[in-house]
Design a protein around this ligand. Structure first.
Ligand SMILES: Cc1cc2nc3c(=O)[nH]c(=O)nc-3n(C[C@H](O)[C@H](O)[C@H](O)COP(=O)(O)OP(=O)(O)OC[C@H]3O[C@@H](n4cnc5c(N)ncnc54)[C@H](O)[C@@H]3O)c2cc1C
Length: 220
């Protein structure tokens, strides 16, 4: 997180509303103040937690070595209003208003920093033992799974899959990673770079199965 200014927000200037309290949304609010913006700034986030960074979720937070990863930002002294646990359901551009469950929110300038959602697999919703890893709540739900040393299948040999597999091995779980492509990190890096990374899995004691696209998931 870049350096904050101690400048107080004032009601001079337009009202900026940022939807999404992740890295992009928070950094936008901080940067506005750093650059001297004095209008009202409101950050709205669907999650109830103090805004946090996601990378530790597949590392220290997952392994219980850190409780959280909240951004080191003093929103109050920056004069940035936080509305957490507040999902935005709709946008009415003509009226310059957002709709939330707590009522409508007017804006002059709107920043959409709503991030991305993981791809879910058909038939997995609500199935016991199936987890996503994206939020602090997900990481907290997964901690006891590691502690109980379950046999784990990880779908996806990207960065997060690799980190989760390593953490689960460290916790003593048996781990199989299934990946649709023929090598890890296929979406992120060219084959020459990423193919050797298959050895990471063997080194950590995880089994990597490539060209293994998941068709369906059954309980157990
Ligand atoms: C487990 C994990 C590990 C990672 N590790 C790394 C790493 O080591 N290195 C790295 O560079 N990147 C890593 N990443 C990726 C990095 O965290 C993302 O690139 C980053 O979080 C993107 O930030 P963002 O603000 O764009 O989106 P997000 O973090 O997705 O934030 C968007 C926010 O908007 C909120 N939102 C969405 N819709 C609404 C709505 N309608 N109303 C209100 N709020 C809404 C969401 O709840 C969310 O909190 C990791 C990601 C995960 C999940």
């Amino acid at each position: 997180m870049s350096e904050q200014t101690a400048e107080e927000g004032t009601s001079q200037g337009p009202r900026v509303v940022v939807v999404g309290a992740g890295m992009a949304g928070v950094q936008t609010a901080v940067a506005l103040r750093e650059q001297g913006f004095r209008g009202r700034v409101t950050v709205i986030g669907a999650e109830p937690h103090q805004p946090y960074d996601r990378p530790p979720l597949s590392k220290a937070v997952l392994l219980g070595k850190a409780e959280g990863s909240a951004f080191d930002v003093d929103f109050e002294s920056l004069g940035v209003e936080l509305r957490l646990g507040c999902e935005v359901h709709g946008l009415r551009p003509d009226a310059r208003e957002l709709d939330t469950e707590a009522g409508s929110v007017p804006y002059d300038v709107l920043v959409l920093a709503t991030g991305a959602e993981p791809i879910t697999l058909p038939g997995t919703e609500g199935v016991p033992g199936v987890h996503l890893l994206r939020t602090l709540d997900d990481a907290e739900r997964l901690r006891p799974v590691l502690t109980r040393q379950h046999d784990i299948v990880v779908v996806g040999a990207g960065w997060i899959g690799a980190e989760f597999a390593t953490a689960a091995r460290e916790a003593g779980c048996a781990v199989t990673v299934v990946e649709a492509a023929d090598h890890p990190l296929a979406g992120a890096l060219p084959t020459e770079v990423s193919a050797p990374m298959a050895a990471w899995y063997a080194d950590s004691g995880a089994e990597l199965r490539t060209r293994a696209r998941v068709e369906r998931v059954e309980p157990g």
